[in-house]
Design a protein around this ligand. Structure first.
Ligand SMILES: Cc1cc2nc3c(=O)[nH]c(=O)nc-3n(C[C@H](O)[C@H](O)[C@H](O)COP(=O)(O)OP(=O)(O)OC[C@H]3O[C@@H](n4cnc5c(N)ncnc54)[C@H](O)[C@@H]3O)c2cc1C
Length: 431
């Protein structure tokens, strides 16, 4: 992936496969001259294009997507909307920073909610609460700390033991859990497709139009796809990890491949065995652990596995996800994984994203670290403000922090291997 201008996936997105077919917008062709180009039609790019059009209703705005909307990572995720993050420590400074962060996240979340309502986007967006669950004593200790952090910032939490977890979500795999009332789930492919439909006409969208070259010419930027050359005053790179291909942020973000699967449809009697909660999403106690959620009336989703800068084999992924699902639901070992897929995302060393101006007229946001539905929406909007007025509210940078530098390769690759081997061992049954 490091040397790829855009992600190429061998497996289609399972969420998108559940939706009716849609015709892609035509690819960009010929010579184009515009004020703004947004590269990447994920949550970040959609938010940037939306905010730009509000700030500048007469500008020409082009949104270029390498693939099709519904096949990028914004559709390939697990559909957890995270707006309430918890502070990393209970120091007054961290707690205050967390409050500001959650205020910005909430603004982005409300923005998405409003668009879903206004445009009647059918994407199964709903409040589900959140369960964090641990299978090991170490995991339980981690969750107790998270519970304290959540409570210190005013969130009501409920402790769950193995029996209550089993009653709620129908598995005896987990031994300890923490439940919060806040937390929403969504069908991510339906949401991102709906956001495309909700863009104003002013935003011209071209799919199957990967940007392959990006160069500054005087004060303007020239982008090339295989069939178009576009000259623009401002370019917003909302490509997440593939911004590295163009020579930027290589010292701040790493590309991570992670994987998800949807089960085949379960019978009503099988669904009834999945506990009393009608909608739930379970986050793991360990950051390399496995996410599970119920999907609609008759499926489950399982997400797990991480690979650094490369993809894993389809067979390996299928088998690992199947094992994780069946370990949690041994009564469902006859249930197959119907859709299995991977997606890329960008991670930073300290968990803070990069958002800012790379060069005059060139802006980027990357590294939402696995919570890009809400954060990408927030940062895409701020990036549009930066491109429009050349300034950003310093509180935003304070709240989200700034991505730290990481070591260059080969030290980075080695470091990642050592850390992930150590973390995977620590994750153990949480995987
Ligand atoms: C399996 C999985 C599960 C996840 N679960 C969650 C979750 O539950 N909740 C959550 O909030 N986040 C989750 N994430 C992370 C989330 O998907 C990302 O943070 C989010 O997609 C980031 O949005 P983005 O718009 O910044 O980037 P992306 O969604 O990656 O969008 C970038 C777009 O740019 C396009 N692009 C790239 N290069 C080019 C180019 N050269 N030219 C034109 N277009 C280009 C890509 O095709 C892509 O569509 C998950 C990720 C994965 C892979």
């Amino acid at each position: 992936m490091t040397n790829q201008a855009f992600p190429i996936y061998t497996q289609p997105c399972g969420w998108n496969a559940l939706l009716p077919h849609r015709e892609a917008r035509p690819a960009a062709t010929g010579q184009l001259d515009v004020q703004y180009v947004v590269v990447g039609a994920g949550f970040t790019g959609m938010a940037a294009a939306r905010r730009l059009s509000k700030l500048n209703p007469n500008a020409d705005i082009l949104l270029l997507e390498a693939s099709t909307v519904g096949e990028g990572s914004s559709a390939r995720n697990s559909g957890f909307l995270t707006r309430e993050e918890y502070p990393s420590s209970n120091s007054a400074q961290d707690v205050e920073q967390n409050k500001v962060l959650n205020a910005f996240n909430t603004e982005a979340f409300d923005d998405l909610k409003q668009i879903i309502e206004d445009h009647q986007i059918e994407c199964d967006f709903h409040a589900s609460g959140r369960i964090r669950a641990a299978a090991t004593p170490d995991g339980a200790n981690t969750l107790r700390k998270i519970q304290q952090a959540l409570e210190s910032t005013g969130h009501a939490t409920q402790t769950l033991d193995a029996t209550s977890l089993n009653q709620l979500i129908g598995t005896s795999y987990y031994k300890f859990g923490v439940q919060t009332d806040t937390g929403h789930l969504v069908q991510p492919a339906a949401l991102i497709r709906g956001l495309l439909g909700a863009l104003p006409q002013q935003v011209q969208v071209h799919e199957n139009s990967p940007v392959l070259d990006l160069k500054r010419h005087g004060k303007r930027w020239v982008l090339k796809t295989s069939s178009a050359q576009i000259t623009a005053d401002h370019v917003i790179m909302a490509t997440n990890p593939s911004v590295k291909f163009f020579g930027y942020l290589q010292d701040k973000i790493v590309t991570i491949h992670t994987y998800a699967a949807l089960t085949e449809r379960l019978k009503p009697s099988e669904m009834a065995s999945l506990g009393s909660l009608q909608s739930w999403g379970v986050l793991p106690a360990h950051r390399l652990g496995t996410t599970v959620r119920r999907v609609g009336a008759d499926r489950l989703l399982v997400r797990s596995l991480y690979a650094y800068e490369h993809s894993l084999s389809e067979t390996e992924v299928h088998e690992a996800l199947r094992r994780r699902f069946h370990n949690r639901y041994p009564a469902l070992t006859h249930i197959q994984l119907e859709h299995v897929w991977g997606g890329v995302t960008a991670l930073t060393l300290n968990g803070s994203p990069y958002v800012g101006c790379l060069e005059p007229g060139l802006y980027a946001s990357a590294g939402c670290n696995g919570s890009g539905i809400v954060k990408g929406t927030a940062l895409g909007s701020y990036l549009a403000e930066l491109a429009h007025a050349n300034k950003i509210d310093p509180k935003i940078l304070e709240a989200y922090g700034t991505a730290n530098k990481i070591l260059p390769d080969p030290f980075r690759a080695l470091g990642f291997k050592v850390i992930s081997a150590w973390e995977s061992r620590k994750a153990g049954l949480e995987s």
